[in-house]
Design a protein. Structure first.
Length: 376
């Protein structure tokens, strides 16, 4: 596909992308017949929608509030109206399954050093022009190879893979809400907590339901302006801020990640406003990660984020009162966790390896201060 200089909407992208499929490692080796069968969407009635006249439905899962006519799909491409009943087409059908360190999500204060059984289905309710997983997020179920992996199999496979947690990640787990919820509910029962790695574009009621079962959430805060969300992602800022407020109110562990893109969301004034809001509304103990942009997808003409920009953003966050601020996609001392009370090094990170000799349980071994998070 040739790169474009203007914005491509979801329908134009799908038409141009065609039916190319992404094959996750565990799907390799299938026959053509098996692969074709796997691409046929499996339907299950969706949650959070309203029936209207003339077989129309209104989706109430995310803030798009898609009004969907019969035989049409919502913005995400994976939820379809069939005769006035709304269906999810991706339940139990992940197209990517891997084992990752939890630090890769990134979650730094949630069972650090553990492995995460990570999965994703096709689809997303955003159309980010810089998405690093666009081969998954911007596909429809028919355009990817999948494997049948119901919640029972997910939890069992996580155990066989020596994974402490299950991560719903890569694409956007909001669009496979029912699958994630059922995995998380079973995981909570079996002692295998689930985490949600998300853009936070979800309505309050389904988010609150998820909080009953999830162990932790990581939210990608794309920027702190509505213009960025509209121009670069196809969404709005306020619903994401509302999700963060919901998470704080539900008292679930969560962390926030901001990808800094040169010239688009890395202005000092914007970062200052964001950090002041986070410190005030989320409190000083919610970890904040600033990560380095690398050219990809439809933003290949923008250079990588300068290291100085990331370090300056971290200084702004610390000055605003945020006690745990990290830098990602760049090897530096800002990957480590330091005790906010005595300043000693607690968790030393190098890429995805970790040394936690400065921690005993959830306390600093030097001054015994409690470090917020969930630690084994």
């Amino acid at each position: 596909m040739k790169p474009r200089t203007g914005r491509m909407d979801r329908r134009a992208f799908i038409l141009e992308a065609g039916a190319a499929a992404l094959a996750a490692p565990l799907l390799l080796g299938r026959s053509h017949e098996e692969a074709a069968a796997a691409r046929e969407p499996k339907a299950r009635e969706a949650s959070y929608y309203e029936k209207r006249t003339e077989n129309k439905v209104v989706c109430r899962l995310c803030p798009h509030g898609c009004q969907v006519a019969d035989l049409e799909r919502g913005n995400c491409g994976v939820r379809e109206n069939r005769g006035g009943t709304y269906y999810t087409l991706v339940y139990g059908q992940p197209c990517a399954v891997h084992v990752d360190p939890v630090e890769k999500k990134p979650l730094f204060h949630y069972y650090p050093g553990s492995q995460a059984f990570s999965l994703a289905t096709a689809g997303c309710n955003f159309s980010c022009r810089y998405c690093q997983n666009w081969e998954i997020s911007q596909r429809r179920p028919e355009q990817v190879e999948t494997v049948s992996l119901p919640p029972e199999a997910v939890i069992a496979q996580a155990g066989r893979s020596n994974c402490r947690i299950v991560a719903h990640t890569y694409g956007e787990p909001v669009v496979f809400f029912e699958y994630m919820r059922d995995c998380a509910a079973l995981g909570k029962e079996k002692g295998t907590p689930n985490v949600m790695i998300s853009n936070g574009y979800i309505e309050k009621k389904p988010m609150r339901e998820l909080c009953r079962y999830l162990g932790a959430v990581k939210i990608d805060l794309k920027a702190f302006t509505d213009k960025f969300y509209q121009d670069q992602c196809g969404g709005r800022l306020q619903p994401v801020l509302d999700t963060l407020l919901t998470l704080r109110g539900e008292k679930i562990w969560f962390e926030v990640v901001v990808l800094l893109i040169p010239g688009l969301n890395d202005g000092r004034a914007e970062i200052e406003r964001m950090c002041r809001w986070l410190a005030s509304e989320m409190g000083p103990d919610v970890p904040l990660h600033f990560t380095r942009f690398v050219p990809t997808f439809m933003l290949k003409n923008i250079p990588p984020t300068p290291p100085a920009t990331l370090h300056e953003a971290r200084r702004i966050a610390l000055d605003a009162g945020i006690r745990f601020c990290y830098i990602g996609n760049l090897i530096s001392e800002a990957e480590h966790t330091y005790c906010p009370s005595c300043g000693k090094l607690l968790l030393r990170r190098l890429m995805f390896s970790i040394d936690n000799e400065g921690m005993k349980g959830n306390r600093c071994t030097y001054c015994k201060a409690v470090i917020p998070g969930v630690f084994s």
